[in-house]
Ligand binder design. Structure first.
Ligand SMILES: NC(=O)c1ccc[n+]([C@@H]2O[C@H](COP(=O)([O-])OP(=O)(O)OC[C@H]3O[C@@H](n4cnc5c(N)ncnc54)[C@H](OP(=O)(O)O)[C@@H]3O)[C@@H](O)[C@H]2O)c1
Length: 278
């Protein structure tokens, strides 16, 4: 049995779907089974990584776990996993984690590193997926795209190499179901460096309607993001965006190395999600 946490999310959802499709015994953990839309074929368990008392039932009979990173949840998860006889953990971490420092300098790296460290120290077999910027971050603009032809955003010339969630998931499925990935830390990006402006153009092409970018002052964009995201994380994201203006984003071919085919392009992502953006 494989337990997928984050199963209602972008990446965990694709991990779950791929495992079910391949015929594996899969259990999906969610805090809200009543509203979760999960594929038939997956067993569903109510659970919360921040509520350790929910973990024994979720982990009973489980050999491998796809682990979503919930801050502060690591030591209770590791104890429960060892008690349940789990063998393998594949964690959705972040490219922000640095291996060359004792103390992580940014809060995104710090909370993922705390969980990585607890898993690595546990004796469980582990693989850490460390993706960079997700293509799904475009959903932040979805309401604007649906409402009109103008997308207002800060740092239009900031560059990332957006990765398709299905590629992260596919690498995760390999690590969950095959040998040969134990102890691997997989930094992962999409195949090409694109600015936010490029991404808006490509979304416009996918939905068949040209979109125009208007630059938002960073302070205003920061205020908007603060309504959804903690301040240290917002500040860290803004610092990364500011630093990437006019730069080529880092691109690495991990997806191709693991899967034996190139990572999906952002144009492919936009085509896959065009109906959600129209
Ligand atoms: N966006 C990026 O550019 C980027 C880049 C690198 C790394 N990451 C990392 O990737 C992760 C986000 O992945 P995603 O986009 O697939 O997630 P998502 O779509 O935002 O979904 C969040 C998932 O987490 C689950 N969850 C939240 N709190 C939980 C808890 N206490 N116990 C159990 N489950 C909980 C939710 O499940 P229920 O609500 O159903 O319980 C849901 O399935 C984050 O760790 C992020 O830091 C993101």
């Amino acid at each position: 049995m494989i337990l997928v946490t984050g199963a209602t999310g972008n990446v965990g959802g694709d991990v779950l779907a791929e495992l079910v499709e391949a015929g594996h015994d899969v259990r999906a953990l969610t805090r809200h089974p009543e509203r979760a839309k999960l594929p038939p074929g997956a067993e569903v368990v109510r659970g919360d990584l921040s509520a350790p008392e929910t973990l024994p039932a979720a982990l009973a009979g489980v050999e491998a776990v796809f682990l979503y990173a919930v801050p502060g949840s690591a030591s209770a998860f590791v104890r429960a996993a060892l008690d349940a006889g789990v063998r393998r953990v594949v964690m959705l971490s972040s490219i922000a984690v640095r291996d060359d420092v004792e103390v992580q300098s940014n809060p995104i790296g710090a909370y993922h590193a705390e969980i990585e460290n607890a898993v690595a120290a546990s004796g469980l077999e582990w693989t850490f997926l460390r993706p960079g910027a997700f293509a799904t971050n475009v959903h932040q603009w979805a309401a604007q795209v649906k409402a009109g032809d103008v997308v207002r955003l800060a740092f239009p010339d900031a560059a990332t190499a957006p990765i398709h969630e299905a590629d992260i998931a596919a690498v995760g499925v390999r690590a969950l179901t095959e040998d040969g990935h134990a102890g691997a830390k997989y930094p992962m990006t999409g195949p090409e460096s694109l600015t936010h402006r490029d991404q808006v153009r490509i979304v416009g092409e996918a939905i068949g309607r040209p979109l125009r970018v208007e630059e938002l002052p960073p302070d205003l964009a920061r205020e908007q993001m603060l309504t959804r995201v903690p301040a240290p994380v917002v500040d860290s994201l803004f610092a990364m965006m500011r630093a990437s203006v006019g730069q080529e984003a880092y691109v690495i071919d991990t997806v191709e190395k693991v899967l034996g085919r190139p990572a999906r392009t952002f144009a492919q992502w936009a085509a896959d999600h065009a109906d959600d953006l129209r």
